[in-house]
Design a protein around this ligand. Structure first.
Ligand SMILES: [Zn+2]
Length: 121
């Protein structure tokens, strides 16, 4: 599949996208850190069910946080690839990744073919 290599203007656009996404995610993490204080429950007013609810909510928040952290790392790797001119190429088959795909997922490090192959396996 033919994909033209990225022009500088396109890389600049994607770089801006990555920076925006990264700061949004970091803001989310900062907010989660303040919200993730240990659940202190009033034993008298809080029943067993809502205690379990609170624990489940905390676990969900934690899972979200881990996912956000992984995403920040992916974005950081993409920024490093931009810095080292390796950005926009599939890490597996080394074909250029289409600009259209990168506009949706600027942190993508696999082309569509390799991505769907890795999701199947
Ligand atoms: Zn590929």
């Amino acid at each position: 599949m033919f994909a033209p290599e990225l022009e500088q203007g396109q890389i600049d656009e994607l770089l801006a996208l990555l920076e925006t996404q990264k700061s949004e995610l970091e803001l989310q993490l900062a907010q989660a850190a303040t919200a993730a204080k240990p659940v202190t429950l009033d034993q008298q007013s809080v029943g067993r069910v809502s205690r379990i609810d609170a624990i489940q909510q905390q676990q969900m928040a934690l899972a979200n946080q881990q996912q956000t952290t992984r995403m920040v790392k992916r974005i950081e790797r993409a920024l490093q690839r931009i810095a080292s001119d390796a950005y926009g190429y599939c890490q597996q088959c080394e074909e250029p990744i289409t600009f259209a795909r990168l506009q949706v997922q600027p942190f993508a490090d696999l082309c569509l073919n390799c991505q769907s192959a890795s999701e199947k396996s």
